[in-house]
Design a protein around this ligand. Structure first.
Ligand SMILES: Cc1cc2nc3c(=O)[nH]c(=O)nc-3n(C[C@H](O)[C@H](O)[C@H](O)COP(=O)(O)OP(=O)(O)OC[C@H]3O[C@@H](n4cnc5c(N)ncnc54)[C@H](O)[C@@H]3O)c2cc1C
Length: 452
């Protein structure tokens, strides 16, 4: 069926996990929801509609209505509007979702009990009927088809029509899957003009909408909450100052916009408007196949823009150059604990601020005043030793976590960045600062003043 003109198959796992993951979103959401049961402080209230919101200097009041029409007012210090693309909260705080909605309609078909052997996500970039076939776990498969202007939603969503569209994908003799649902969607490329107004934040589809071509809608929402979660937790617990919350908009909005634009660009690639643009695209991709670096760029998904914070919770001294590590996520290698357990870095250092000393104990380089303020903020100290170092390397001040660089990641780090002897890490594992041992006291002091 067609000819392959480009392929994506990333192998590297710089952050400790595969770069592409296929899953069933409702199952993931069920798991996340169940995970809330671990926290006695969380009260889940379902089936309520937020209908009004008022905020002042002291807090926010949200009015909710239940199915019986009963209204209740909930008071909170902060509110996160994660209520989807039609967000009521966004409207109530007067924020606009700027961008475009396309006239193209796409039919999305979800199937179960699928026995077709096509273990990949394929995009058929055909002028007449661009379509996608996505292999999902648990025997599920998703198809997407662009509809022509004269095709109606009702006609195209019908089970008979879906069967007809599937004919071309299922060779004779392959059992047909069961239809779960078929729905027609419009695509939007829209981003809210602000992600924070006073004590109210927008996250997920409430803050940005993009076509599903790049598979980044939910991912962008997860990036929002990863950025916002620790800041809100720190402020509510009194460990961080409220000004930290302003960095949410500064850090997240630009990247959300970039992802929306990349998804839009993929849409153009996937849905050529004429045979001429289709032919030009194919020639372009055939030509670049001969250029190993460009081929690698596509194959390894290096085109995916990674977030980089140049403003917000970063100490912009060293490491701010174009390919510098400050403001970027720290790679996550495997390390070995003092007890000999091989774990991912995140599992070894906890989930809050950390200062990592590469082959040195960062605690030893701090003045008592800065050290105490770092500890008061809940920060930890970590010494990562070159693998199988001399036993002396395990001598550290009380409280410093000692790890062995079994994967050699920090050896490579220090060869590339010899002056980055200390890494100041945020709870979301973005690098807030790097410095030499001599500059650590001043750098840590600056970071503590920025956030606490
Ligand atoms: C066809 C398709 C394919 C996609 N594929 C991908 C993909 O491959 N990868 C990816 O990352 N993303 C993908 N997405 C996008 C992804 O599904 C969304 O980005 C994600 O679900 C958004 O999550 P959310 O929690 O922000 O909003 P939603 O999932 O819309 O959840 C909002 C919630 O708020 C509730 N709510 C709304 N209004 C109110 C109110 N007034 N009061 C109280 N509650 C309210 C709703 O009931 C709902 O529970 C796809 C989307 C579509 C349509």
């Amino acid at each position: 069926m067609g000819r392959l003109f480009a392929e994506v198959q990333p192998q590297a796992q710089p952050f400790g996990w595969p770069r592409r993951n296929l899953f069933i979103q409702p199952l993931t959401e069920t798991t996340l929801r169940k995970g809330l049961e671990r926290y006695a402080c969380v009260r889940m209230m379902l089936g309520l509609d937020a209908i009004n919101l008022e905020q002042g200097a002291e807090g926010v009041s949200v009015t909710v209505r239940d199915a019986a029409g009963q209204e209740t007012t909930i008071k909170a210090d902060y509110v996160v509007g994660a209520d989807g693309g039609r967000s009521t909260i966004r409207q109530l705080i007067g924020v606009e979702l700027r961008g475009e909605t396309y006239a193209d309609r796409w039919l999305v078909v979800d199937l179960k009990d699928d026995r077709l052997y096509a273990p990949y996500s394929a995009v058929y970039c055909d002028v007449k009927r661009p379509s996608m076939s996505i292999d999902l776990p648990y025997g599920h498969r998703r198809f997407e088809f662009r509809l022509a202007a004269d095709e109606t939603d009702e006609e195209m969503q019908s089970p008979e029509n879906v069967e007809r569209l599937l004919d071309k994908f299922y060779p004779e003799g392959t059992p047909r899957p069961t239809l779960l649902r078929s729905r027609v969607y419009l695509h939007h490329t829209r981003v809210a003009d602000r992600f924070k107004v006073g004590r109210v934040f927008l996250a997920g589809d409430a803050a940005h909408l993009q076509p599903p071509f790049f598979g980044q809608g939910m991912n962008s929402g997860l990036r929002d909450v990863t950025n916002l979660g620790w800041k809100l937790a720190g402020v509510v617990k009194g460990q961080l100052k409220p000004a930290v919350l302003d960095s949410y908009d500064v850090e997240r909005r630009d990247h959300a916009l970039t992802m929306v634009n990349v998804a839009k660009m993929f849409g153009v690639l996937y849905s050529p408007r004429s045979r001429l643009t289709e032919a030009l695209r194919d020639i372009f991709f055939r030509l670049i196949q001969g250029l190993p670096s460009v081929r690698d760029y596509i194959l390894q998904m290096k085109f995916k823009p990674l977030p980089r914070y140049t403003e917000g919770i970063v100490v912009p001294r060293d490491g701010m150059e174009k390919d510098g590590p400050v403001g970027r996520m720290l790679p996550q290698p495997f390390v070995e604990t003092a007890e000999g357990r091989r774990v991912r870095l995140d599992d070894a250092i906890g989930n809050w601020f950390a200062i990592i000393g590469v082959n040195r104990d960062p605690q030893a380089a701090l003045s008592p005043a800065v050290r105490d303020r770092w500890l008061a903020m809940g920060g930890v100290f970590v010494r990562i030793n070159r693998s199988r170092a001399h036993p002396d390397a395990k001598q550290v001040q009380e409280g410093t976590i000692v790890l062995d660089d079994v994967a050699g990641a920090f050896r490579d780090w220090s060869l590339r960045l010899p002056d980055a002897q200390c890494i100041l890490l945020r709870p979301d594992r973005y690098v807030a600062a790097i410095c030499t041992e001599q500059a650590l006291d001043a750098t840590a002091d600056e970071l503590v003043r920025l956030v606490a």
